[in-house]
Design a binder for this molecule. Structure first.
Ligand code: BTN
Length: 258
């Protein structure tokens, strides 16, 4: 049941998720992971390009869940918690938050993204972390930030944060992922719902979400359901559950008048 991760490192790949997908099709064990120092065709959610220059972390993992497929969407939220915990060992945890479904933010800017690709045999978990550069996300996405910039701007006598190497951060993240995935195998997502909520960005705020059909829906973010879907309270009070989408903008409810 417990998940053990072993990583092979490549100088370059089209996408580490391509390497992991091939491994999955070839019958690789759960926990087989690939890191590349550069990706030439990195991909993000919704078919976006994920710029992948040298120095940032690109990691993909073959995961063969023991839980039923209908519960697999919870894995992306579980991984976002693992990422937040790993980052919290390097920078002040109170600067870290999670933007549904699985973006990791520092000071409100995106530092990491997760791409889950489900296949018949299992899933590929792809993770990108901005270590030393913060490429813009294509199609006018959320503002981005990188670890090196956070640590540089903290260089005062009270700052305790120091830049961590790519390898050291990867190793911390792997330990957090092993724990998170092993716990999920035993207890499912519901066991970490409160943990996700404690890290949630924009709770109680007016957000605007673009769903899979490109429709824009506005409402107050009320958190997530036990299955990981978003709870959005529409004007008029109806509660909508959204399984997929992108949060495009957020603002406090108090500022709605303008
Ligand atoms: C997102 O859109 O936020 C998800 C980005 C996921 C990027 C990672 S980098 C490692 C893996 N390989 C890819 O091509 N994509 C994922």
């Amino acid at each position: 049941m417990s998940v053990s991760i072993s990583v092979s490192v490549y100088d370059e790949a089209t996408s580490t998720s391509d390497l992991a997908k091939q491994a999955l099709l070839d019958g690789a064990l759960s926990g087989t992971a690939f890191q590349a120092l550069i990706q030439t065709k990195g991909r993000g959610r919704h078919g976006r390009f994920w710029s992948s220059p040298k120095g940032n972390l690109y990691l993909s993992l073959v995961f063969l869940p023991s839980r039923p497929m209908m519960e697999w969407p919870g894995v992306s939220l579980v991984i976002s918690i693992a990422l937040a915990k790993a980052l919290g060992q390097v920078i002040a945890p109170n600067r870290i938050s999670l933007k549904w479904p699985n973006d990791v933010l520092v000071d409100g800017k995106k530092i990491a993204g997760i791409l889950i690709e489900a296949h018949e045999k299992g899933m590929i978990i792809g993770i990108g972390v901005n270590m030393i550069s913060a490429p813009e996300v294509s199609d006018g996405g959320w503002p981005t930030i990188c670890l090196a910039d956070i640590i540089k701007t903290n260089k005062d006598e009270t700052a305790s944060e120091a830049m961590i190497s790519l390898d050291a951060f990867r190793d911390i993240l792997i330990i957090e992922m092993e724990t998170a995935l092993s716990n999920w195998q035993i207890s499912g997502f519901q066991a970490c719902l409160q943990e996700w909520m404690a890290l949630a960005a924009f709770l109680g705020q007016m957000i605007y979400v673009q769903d899979d059909t490109n429709d824009r829906i506005e409402g107050v973010f009320r958190g997530i359901n036990p299955d990981g879907t978003m709870r959005l309270e529409l004007a008029g009070g109806d509660m909508l559950s959204l399984a997929a989408g992108d949060v495009k903008r957020a603002r406090p409810v108090a500022s709605l008048g303008n």
